[in-house]
Design a protein around this ligand. Structure first.
Ligand code: NAD
Length: 321
């Protein structure tokens, strides 16, 4: 069995490898070669923790396993990250444990890769302004992955807690891009691509604020009750997701579904666009929206890529198990 500890992931894993792994697994999901098992998430009644696991099987890549972890709100006071996760991969032929891989950094990389894949396949080719809603831990991973997809000339941003916006400004600076803090009207009217990555439970971006031709990646909503954009905007946009079942239950589309504004059949899998089975964006004026809910198969795909890189670079620790 191979162990890739959390502290090794930063030196091993690249954005390119994460992008490639996520793009491939989305394609396999749409071809029904890969499927996610039902998600388990429980308040365990200890340390205020939320614990669960996401699992699945990719028959094509032979990735079988699960990501186990959750949220421990008291961790920060102990000098630890509140979100904790570990990926376990199993040999699909024998059921033996193949690898244990630190999942914290991988989660940020695979989430950023998902919106980046959506930008590659759905955003207008001439997109110049990237709009960021959210300035938390995930936001900078999102920005770094997004700017690799189009020739962005500027980043604009809004956050519920404005004091956190310096994080976006610093990241844009590192990427050689000017940054401007804006209100939501300006963000909606200027941005060609918008990424939302917040823990909001109320709509932030309203339908009337968004202009034609925008691509929006809604990445924050991964739980029942969370919401980042107006349900009317969901109804107006052409909708894509990682997995339809999650989109309508825990993703951004849950509210428009509940309000009867859209039906399940209005939402396409991004993998179908990757496979060429869905045309994707059909005009320069269309608003495309990717509801990135986060699936276990993404975790397995990037963990497997990290194991391959660890083996290739001689950095894998092998133990008898
Ligand atoms: P974080 O705690 O570091 O940052 C939270 C962000 O949400 C900040 O920008 C904060 O200002 C904002 N926020 C907090 N309360 C708000 C409110 N009431 N209204 C509007 N905005 C508010 O979190 P993070 O690690 O950056 O994660 C952000 C979100 O992304 C979380 O909801 C997390 O669950 C989600 N997430 C999704 C995936 C996925 O695959 N889709 C993966 C990882 C994280």
């Amino acid at each position: 069995m191979i162990i890739v500890p959390e502290k090794e992931i930063g030196a091993l894993m690249t954005r390119e490898a994460a992008f490639d792994a996520v793009e491939k697994v989305f394609a396999s999901m749409a071809k029904k070669d890969a499927y996610n098992f039902p998600v388990i998430r429980e308040a365990i009644g200890h340390a205020d923790a939320l614990y669960g696991f996401k699992s699945g099987f990719d028959r094509k890549a032979l990735n079988l396993g699960l990501k186990s972890g959750g949220y421990w709100p008291g961790n920060e006071a102990r000098g630890l990250t509140n979100h904790q996760s570990t990926v376990f991969l199993f040999n699909a032929d024998t059921g033996q444990c193949r690898a244990v891989v630190g999942g914290n950094l991988l989660t940020a990389l695979r989430t950023a890769a998902a919106s980046s894949v959506s930008i590659r396949h759905l955003a207008r080719k001439d997109a110049k302004v990237l709009g960021m809603i959210g300035a938390g831990h995930q936001s900078v991973f999102q920005m770094r992955a997004a700017v690799e997809q189009r020739s962005f000339e500027k980043v604009i941003g809004w956050n519920y807690h404005p004091e956190m916006l310096s994080r976006l400004e610093d990241c844009a600076g590192e990427l050689g891009l000017p940054f401007e803090a804006v209100d939501l009207d300006q963000l909606g009217s200027e941005a060609d691509v918008i990424i939302s990555i917040t823990s909001s439970f109320d709509p932030i971006l309203m339908d009337a604020q968004v202009t034609a031709g925008t691509h929006i990646a809604c990445m924050g909503t991964d739980t029942k009750g969370k919401q980042e954009v107006d349900a009317a905007l969901i109804a107006r946009a052409t909708l894509f997701t990682d997995e339809v079942a999650q989109s309508i239950s825990i993703g951004e589309c849950q509210h428009a579904i509940a309000a009867g504004l859209i039906s399940e059949s209005d939402i396409a899998e991004l993998g179908a666009v990757i496979n060429g089975d869905h045309p994707g964006r059909s005009s320069e004026d269309e608003i495309t929206l990717f509801d990135g809910t986060g699936v276990g198969l993404q975790d397995l795909a990037v963990a497997s890529a990290a194991v391959d890189l660890a083996i290739a670079k001689g950095a894998a620790t092998e133990v008898e198990f």
